[in-house]
Design a protein around this ligand. Structure first.
Ligand code: URA
Ligand code: CA
Length: 435
């Protein structure tokens, strides 16, 4: 058969045709080597965005992306390697809790994470708020730490899944991010290249998530599972609410504090419950427990016995960080300028613009608008109310922290706008949507 030119491949998708596996392999390879310029990939991405890819095409794309660079080999680490991924949210501190928690129950965690961009936070930025913490480890040191300590979390290295890095950068500026097959390819290829046998995914739904509607989130979850299975990986998805921030803290060091409290059994109820549910699934697919009930008991025992926080300290120390942050939170940065945001009226908290809460934290210095922007590790906010709560005029809705007092006014306005107070009492939305 004659090999199609890149232009012909774009034409096929533009006209709603279906790609063969080899065509997608060729497309990804040509893009990564530079043979296919950005403008051709941008055109193909838009065609794929509009026409869609079926599951077989998505699996072929995903596999080609995963193989576009170095594949992490975790075979020297015994056991089932389980990775966890969240599709992004506001104040989502789960990785900081789950990584040491499931590791303390015997499931190894070898994780590559990203930085925050836009209104969502990134695990690496949170970890780097711990004094001394290093997120760059050589591949051998990474594996040795997973074997010795049970957990390592590092920056995605440039040579792993380069196709995703180049494609994501284009999608970001060509309005082609919210496409189910492209998101599936991006997420699953990174996990496959990262060496995961099984993946537990937390698909967020709501105002603080990529997927704003339940129908979109369900479709994404189903396709993630189907494509994972086609590639021989176990993928388990849960759908959770992102209509209000998770826990109380939004911001880097503030979320580290919240994770430490949760690992000691004193965290916010919603964050704790989400970590127990995700952690139970990780222990079951990791073959450390037969049922989620057994797994939950193991996780709770690790928290109450102090094993979970002890492992957190070993992990932090192994990556150069100061483990004493677990005993003395004053060792973590905290913005010196503090402002309490008070309710301007009485009523009921009817809901949040969760994205707006994320943007308020960013405005205080906790996030970055561009990749190269610095962040203020001690900046962010703590929310004092949840949907369904009664509030009175003058009651504290949240507390803002920043190193730059000039940012408080904008942060306050944004947080005030993001907390909706009305006259009708509203039942709080459930954290878990039925699978
Ligand atoms: N998260 C990813 O890693 N990739 C996407 O495309 C969307 C969310
Ligand atoms: Ca939080």
């Amino acid at each position: 058969m004659r090999v199609k030119s890149i232009e012909e491949l774009i034409e096929v998708k533009r006209d709603g045709g279906t790609h063969a596996r080899e065509d997608l392999q060729r497309l990804v390879a040509a893009f990564v080597t530079g043979e296919m310029p950005d403008y051709q990939m941008a055109a193909w991405l838009m065609a794929a965005f509009i026409r869609g890819l079926d599951s077989a095409e998505t699996a072929a794309l995903t596999e080609a992306m995963a193989r576009s660079g170095r594949m992490v080999d975790l075979s020297s680490v015994p056991g089932v390697k389980v990775d966890k991924h969240s599709t992004g949210g506001v104040g989502d501190t789960t990785t900081l809790v789950l990584a040491p928690l499931v590791a303390s129950c015997g499931v190894p965690v070898a994780k590559m994470s990203g930085r925050g961009l836009g209104f969502t936070g990134g695990t690496l930025d949170k970890l780097e708020s711990i004094p001394g913490f290093q997120v760059q480890l050589e591949p051998d040191a990474f594996l040795a730490q997973v074997r010795d300590v049970g957990v390592a979390v590092i920056a995605q290295s440039a040579d792993v899944d380069p196709a995703d890095k180049k494609m994501y950068a284009l999608r970001d500026v060509t309005a082609t991010v919210p496409s189910t097959p492209l998101i599936v390819g991006s997420i699953i290829s990174k996990k496959v290249a990262g060496g995961a046998d099984a993946i537990v995914l937390d698909v967020k739904v709501g105002s603080g998530a990529f997927m704003k509607t339940e129908a979109d989130a369900r479709a994404l979850a189903a396709e993630l599972a189907r494509v994972g299975e086609l590639l021989g990986r176990t993928v388990i998805c849960i759908l959770t609410d992102m209509d209000q921030p998770l826990g109380r803290a939004v911001g880097n060091a503030l979320e580290v504090r919240e994770a430490i409290a949760t690992l000691k059994g004193a965290g916010p109820a919603d964050l704790t419950e989400l970590c127990l549910v995700l952690g139970s699934k990780m222990l079951v697919v990791g073959k450390r427990a037969e049922t989620e009930g057994q797994a939950r008991a193991l996780l709770l025992d690790s928290i109450s016995s102090g094993r979970a926080i002890a492992l957190f300290k070993r992990w932090v120390a192994a990556q150069g960080g100061d483990p004493d942050v677990a005993d003395d939170e004053r060792l973590l940065p905290l913005g010196a300028h503090v402002l309490q945001v008070l309710a301007g009226r009485s009523g009921w908290v009817t809901g949040f613009d969760a994205e707006g809460v994320g943007r308020a934290a960013m405005a205080l210095g906790a996030g970055r608008a561009r990749k190269e922007d610095p962040i203020d590790a001690g900046a962010g906010l703590e929310i004092e109310v949840k949907t369904g709560d009664r509030v009175e005029t003058g009651q504290v809705l949240g507390t803002l922290y920043t190193s730059d007092p000039a940012l408080l006014e904008d942060g306050e306005a944004r947080l005030r706008e993001a907390v909706h107070i009305g006259d009708e009492r509203r039942t709080p939305p459930p954290l878990f949507l039925e699978a």
